[in-house]
Design a protein around this ligand. Structure first.
Ligand code: NAD
Length: 285
C-alpha cells in the first residue's frame, strides 16, 4: 500500500505558485489578489477561511476577507460582489459556503465574474468543465486529479465509483474522471446497495461526510481509495469517510485523512488564483 501524500504535493505546488507570483510581480508591478466573503459565525467556515488566508500570505498574494453578519441582506452581498468584480486588484472571488438560509446562494454564485470564479462554481465554468473546455474547476476535485496524476495513476478505462453527488465535490469529480476516459458511476444517499457498486471499483472516491462509510468488505483487492470526507469523531479527532486502518490493508494506493485531499484543495485555490491573475495581467500593466 502506498499513501497518496497530499501534504507533500501541496507543498511542492505552493513553492511553484510562490515563484510564479514573483515573476508576475516583476512583470506587472502588482500582486495577485483574492477576495473572500465570509457570512456568519460558523466556526468551521471561519477556520477554512483562515487557512486559505494563511496560504495566500505564504505565496505572496494580496487577500482580503469581507466578514458579514449572519443576518446580512441579499442586496448587501450582491453589492460587495459587484464591487469586487470591478476591482482590478482582485483576480479571484471566493464565497465561503454555506450561506445563511435567507440568502439565494445560486443568485450569488451566478453574480461572480466567471473570470474571477476561482472556486469554479459559476454555471459558465461548470458548463466548460462538462464539455471538456478550459475554465475554473472546483478546487477539491481538481486537487484529487493532481494527486492521482502525481502518482502516475492511469484513469483510462478504469471503473471509478464516486460517492457523493454535490455540485462542489461529487459532480465535478465525476466530470473530471470522465474527461480522462474513466468509466464513472456516481452514488449518493438514494443509491441502493452501495457495496454492489464499490466492489466493482478500481478506484473509489468518497466525499460524503459519514465516518466509516467505506469498510474493508466493500472494496476489492488493490483498490485505489480517495477519501474526501471530513468528519470529527466524538473524541474530537478529524477523520475521513473510510475505515482507513482496515481498508488500507486491501488498497494499492490510499489518501490519508487528514493529509490527503484537504491540503490539495488549498493548493488548487492558489493555483486557480494565479491562473486568473495571469489572465488579467494585461489589465494591470
Ligand atoms: P453535501 O452534504 O453537499 O453532499 C453530500 C453527498 O453525499 C450528497 O450527494 C449525498 O447524497 C451523499 N450522501 C450522504 N449520505 C450518504 C450515504 N450514507 N451514502 C451515500 N451517499 C451519501 O456535502 P459536500 O459539500 O459535497 O461534502 C462532502 C464531504 O466532503 C464532507 O465531509 C465535507 O466536509 C468534505 N469536503 C472536503 C473537502 C476537502 O478539502 N477535503 C472539501 C469539500 C468538502
Amino acid at each position: 500500500m502506498q499513501l497518496l501524500d497530499g501534504k507533500a504535493l501541496s507543498t511542492k505546488i505552493e513553492i511553484n505558485v510562490a515563484n510564479e507570483v514573483k515573476e508576475f510581480k516583476s512583470k506587472t508591478s502588482s500582486v495577485p489578489g483574492l477576495a473572500v466573503i465570509l457570512v456568519g459565525q460558523d466556526p468551521a467556515s471561519a477556520a477554512y477561511v483562515n487557512m486559505k488566508k494563511k496560504a495566500c500570505d505564504r505565496v505572496g498574494f494580496y487577500s482580503v476577507t469581507h466578514e458579514m453578519p449572519g443576518d446580512i441582506s441579499q442586496d448587501a452581498i450582491e453589492n460587495t460582489i459587484t464591487m469586487m468584480n470591478k476591482n482590478p486588484n482582485i483576480d479571484g472571488i471566493l464565497i465561503q459556503l454555506p450561506l445563511p438560509e435567507q440568502i439565494d446562494t445560486t443568485k450569488i454564485l451566478e453574480l461572480v465574474d466567471p473570470g474571477k470564479d476561482v472556486d469554479g462554481f459559476h454555471p459558465y465554468n461548470v458548463g466548460r468543465l462538462t464539455t471538456g473546455l478550459d475554465g475554473f474547476v472546483p478546487c477539491t476535485p481538481l486537487g484529487v486529479m493532481k494527486l492521482l496524476s502525481e502518482y502516475n495513476i492511469d484513469l483510462k478505462g478504469k471503473n471509478c465509483v464516486v460517492i457523493g453527488a454535490s455540485n462542489i465535490v461529487g459532480k465535478p469529480m465525476a466530470a473530471l474522471l470522465l474527461n480522462e476516459h474513466a468509466t464513472v458511476e456516481i452514488c449518493h444517499i438514494d443509491t441502493d446497495d452501495l457495496k454492489k457498486h464499490t466492489l466493482n471499483a478500481d478506484i473509489v472516491l468518497v466525499g460524503v461526510g459519514v465516518i466509516n462509510l467505506i469498510t474493508q468488505d466493500m472494496v476489492k483487492d488493490d483498490v485505489i481509495i480517495v477519501d474526501i470526507g471530513v468528519n470529527r469523531t466524538k473524541e474530537g479527532k478529524l477523520v475521513g469517510d473510510v475505515d482507513f486502518e482496515n481498508v488500507s490493508k486491501k488498497s494499492s494506493y490510499i489518501t490519508p485523512s487528514p493529509g490527503g485531499v484537504g491540503p490539495m484543495t488549498i493548493a488548487m485555490l492558489l493555483s486557480n488564483t494565479i491562473k486568473a491573475a495571469k489572465a488579467h495581467a494585461d489589465e494591470r500593466v
